[in-house]
Structures are given as structure tokens and as C-alpha cells.
Design a protein around this ligand. Structure first.
Ligand SMILES: Cc1cc2nc3c(=O)[nH]c(=O)nc-3n(C[C@H](O)[C@H](O)[C@H](O)COP(=O)(O)OP(=O)(O)OC[C@H]3O[C@@H](n4cnc5c(N)ncnc54)[C@H](O)[C@@H]3O)c2cc1C
Length: 430
């Protein structure tokens, strides 16, 4: 049978591995980390992402094995007061979820492990692409082990390699496939705080706006508040750091910490943008604030997602911004499209025809482009209305006057349609 090697067990890699193993292909999934639990994973899943999970036959597993909270509402706080609340609609049993991504990935891997044609190699990092000397096509990858058995090397020969190794994709670089980076406008600092009792009874996503500052928080699946503070990329501290062109995200992170993080009273920064009850909760739990964790946002799309023998998917092909939780959706939807095309490929061993990879890109890229455009437009709007002076004051006045009316809430919901439901239909062909 055909053998597919997949590097990266994030949502794109795990979902693709599961679907291809279900189709009877031999699948080797490599993940460089030695465990699923890591400090930060995106946990917002939009209705289209949930639909993709259900398409994969994981409805029951999601309910039973994945700790999650269904979102109740989107709240908008401007100048320390809630100005608009939009109730999260539930259409066809689908609504936005805040879920434990690690648990979802584990549930998918467990399902894939029921197939004898699936192999999962945790703690193995893809480090090199293996090429056919004559044609230069990719024919597999070299992997190195980490963890207790670290330092071992293994060549995985395959009929196709799928690179699902995330936004810093090593395989993308090894293949020489350029990422066309768009200006990512912000980075994110993440914090955790115990949730107030009132927010344990409901699950709102709260967006807070003050002049020149934006942050959001929600009660997460683990019962704590997850808080994301937006840091503009072009802020002074960072542009200085950027002078050192080769500085890694880790160096940038250290730089940020030294210059900015330690000096700030974060609890006070949050409290000033909140109504009195919430502000006092933040202040009284000052000692329990965890974070910040710096997350470098990278956004872009590759012109070419493939070479003969190699296909990029998920963030490796198109790193997504975090706003409106699109990255997991896009990754899962890529996996479904890969499975649909692979279904029509001859199952016997032999290279996967290159046109198949080109068709996959042609089907997925319009949605990725449209979603990235919508995310950018949304950010631009937020950036504008938080400008001190007329833009902020004007927006505050409009939000206070109209935010309580259903028509204003419906306008906002309507604008979000593509981000909630996806731009194009993506269905698994069974
Ligand atoms: C701050 C921030 C918050 C976000 N929040 C959300 C959110 O709430 N909801 C949402 O939908 N999206 C969110 N996103 C985006 C989302 O995280 C990504 O778009 C999504 O995870 C992409 O999935 P992926 O499988 O392509 O890549 P990843 O999830 O990055 O997975 C890649 C995997 O590959 C592994 N790997 C890397 N290199 C190798 C290698 N050489 N060999 C083997 N394994 C390797 C990594 O360890 C990792 O497990 C957020 C992004 C950021 C930056």
C-alpha cells in the first residue's frame, strides 16, 4: 500500500494521519515533542472546526474525551463597561467551543492507533528531506529522536511526505518553498488567572478596548481565565530587537521580558479596563496571575505548497493569526481536502502524482486567502477604534448608543459569518 510520512502532530498532521489511515494507507506520523501537553495551545474552535471534527467521526469522542466549554456570548467592553453582548448562535448543533486541544489530538491519535497501518513516533523530529538522486523528488525524511532515547536517527522512506510542522516549518525551509509573509500586526502575551464564580456559570468571550490597548479573556476549559494581551509588532521595544535580524523567537521573547514585562503591573493594566466587580477580582488574585507567555504571531502563505513528493499543509503552508480562532479550523479543513484527493489516488505503492498536491492547494488557497484578509480587516478596525482621541471616543459613543440593539448585534454576527462557518464548503467524501 502507499506509505505517507507526516511530520508534525498538531491539528493538521494528526487529522490527516487519521483520515489517511482510515482510508487504508500506511501512515507514519512523527512528532518532535515527547508529549502532547505543552504550555500553550490555541483552544478556540469555531463552528466550522467543530463541523470538521464531527465529519471525522469524532462527535462522541469530542463530547466524552475532550474537556470543553461551549461559548455563550461575545462581550465587548469599551472604557470599562460592557457596551454590547452578542449571544453565540447554535446552528445545526454547532457553536464555538473552548476546548483542550491536547485532548482532542490525543483522541484522534487513539482512533488512528486502532489501525495496524498507522504508526505514531512521538519524540522524533524530521530533520532532513530524502531525495531521489536522479529526479530530485522527495522520497522520505530523516528523523532524529529526542527524549530518553535521544540521538538516534531513522530514515522514513515514503511515497509522499506531508509537512504539518507548524508556522516555523523546518521542512518548508529545507524544501526551499518560500513563505510570503504578510505584515503580522501584533504578537500576544498570554496570562492565566482563577476565574470569578460568575464567569464559571457562563462562558463569554470578552474583548476589552481602551485607548491604545486591547486584550481579551474567557473562562477556559480548565476553569481558569485565559487572557490575551495584544502587543503591536512595531512597538519600540520590538523594533529595536528586530535590528538583530537573526534573533530567534526565543531571543525576542527574552528581550521582551527584560525590556517590558517585568516593569509592568499587569493586574492594574487589566483592572483599569474592567467594570468594578471584575477589576476587584483581578486585584484580589494578583498573586495567582500566571504568565506572560510571549507568542510570536506569524502570518502568510506559500506561493507553492508542494514539490514532487512533498506537500505542506496547515500553518506550514499558511501560518494563521490567532484572531477569531481560525488556525485549527484551517488545519482540520486542509486535512479533509487532502483525504478527499488522496481517496482517488491508486492505493498501491508508488509516488503520489504531483498534480494531486497542486489540486489540493488550488482548492484550499482561496479560503485561506479570504480568511487571512478578513482577519487583517478585523484587526485594522480594532486598531483604528482604539486610537486615542476621536476614533476611540467616537466608537465608544456609538457602542454605548447602539450596542444594546439587536440590529447592531446582528450586523456584527453577519460580518463574522465567513470566520464562523468557513468560506467554501468542505465535506469529507465518504
Ligand atoms: C498566540 C496564538 C494563539 C492562537 N490561538 C488559536 C485558537 O485559539 N484557535 C485556533 O484555531 N488557532 C489559534 N492559533 C493558531 C493555531 O495555533 C495554528 O494555526 C494551528 O495550531 C495550526 O495547526 P498545525 O497543525 O498546522 O500546526 P501546529 O499546531 O503548530 O503543529 C505543528 C506540530 O509540528 C511539530 N513539529 C514542528 N517541527 C517538527 C519537525 N521538524 N518534526 C516533527 N514534528 C515537528 C510541533 O511540535 C507541533 O506539534 C493561535 C496562534 C497563536 C500564535
Amino acid at each position: 500500500m502507499k506509505h505517507i510520512a507526516i511530520a508534525g502532530a498538531g491539528p493538521a498532521g494528526v487529522a490527516t494521519a487519521l483520515l489517511l489511515a482510515q482510508q487504508g494507507l500506511k501512515v507514519t506520523l512523527l512528532e518532535q515533542e515527547t508529549e502532547f501537553d505543552r504550555v500553550f495551545r490555541g483552544d478556540g474552535l469555531m463552528p466550522s472546526g467543530l463541523a470538521a471534527v464531527y465529519e471525522m467521526g469524532l462527535k462522541e469522542a469530542f463530547a466524552k474525551e475532550v474537556p470543553s466549554r461551549q461559548l455563550d456570548a461575545w462581550d465587548f467592553y469599551v472604557g470599562g463597561e460592557r457596551r454590547m453582548r452578542v449571544i453565540e448562535p447554535e446552528e445545526n448543533g454547532l457553536a464555538t467551543q473552548i476546548m483542550d486541544q491536547g485532548a482532542l489530538l490525543k483522541a484522534m491519535v487513539e482512533k488512528a492507533e486502532k489501525f495496524s497501518n498507522f504508526e505514531f513516533c512521538l519524540g522524533w523530529q524530521g530533520v532532513e528531506l530524502l531525495r531521489d538522486r536522479r529526479t530530485n523528488s522527495v522520497i522520505g525524511l530523516r528523523a532524529k529522536s529526542k527524549g530518553v532515547y535521544g540521538g538516534q536517527s531513522r530514515d522514513v522512506l515514503a511515497d509522499a511526505v506531508i509537512a504539518a510542522d507548524g508556522r516555523y516549518s523546518r521542512l518548508r525551509k529545507l524544501a526551499g518553498l518560500d513563505l510570503k509573509e504578510s505584515n503580522a500586526q501584533f504578537d500576544v502575551l498570554w496570562f492565566k488567572l482563577p476565574s470569578p464564580a460568575a464567569l464559571m456559570k457562563e462562558t463569554p468571550f470578552v474583548a476589552c478596548l481602551q485607548p491604545d490597548r486591547q486584550f481579551a479573556f474567557y473562562p477556559s476549559w480548565d476553569g481558569r481565565l485565559q487572557i490575551g494581551w495584544i502587543v503591536k509588532k512595531k512597538s519600540k521595544g520590538r523594533s529595536k530587537l528586530k535590528q538583530s535580524k537573526n534573533s530567534s523567537p526565543a531571543t525576542q521573547k527574552r528581550g521582551w521580558k527584560e525590556r517590558d514585562w517585568k516593569e509592568r503591573d499587569w493586574v492594574e493594566e487589566f483592572a483599569q479596563a474592567l467594570p468594578p466587580k471584575l477589576a476587584s477580582h483581578f486585584r484580589s488574585h494578583r498573586a495567582e496571575l500566571e504568565g506572560p507567555i510571549f507568542l510570536d504571531v506569524k502570518v502568510g502563505v506559500c506561493d507553492r505548497w508542494s514539490l514532487p513528493g512533498l506537500l505542506l499543509i496547515g500553518d506550514a503552508a499558511h501560518p494563521m493569526a490567532p484572531n477569531r480562532a481560525q488556525g485549527i479550523n484551517m488545519a482540520l479543513r486542509d486535512a479533509i481536502v487532502v483525504a478527499n484527493y488522496m481517496k482517488n489516488v491508486d492505493n498501491r505503492n508508488g509516488p503520489v502524482p504531483y498534480e494531486v498536491f497542486q489540486q489540493i492547494q488550488a482548492e484550499r488557497q482561496p479560503e485561506v486567502d479570504a480568511v487571512q484578509k478578513m482577519q487583517l480587516a478585523e484587526w485594522k478596525k480594532v486598531e483604528f477604534i482604539s486610537k486615542p482621541g476621536l476614533p476611540y471616543q467616537g466608537f465608544k459613543a456609538i457602542a454605548s448608543t447602539f450596542g444594546r440593539f439587536r440590529f447592531a448585534q446582528n450586523i456584527w454576527l453577519h460580518e463574522q459569518k465567513g470566520l464562523r462557518e468557513g468560506i467554501l464548503p468542505v465535506k469529507l467524501n465518504v
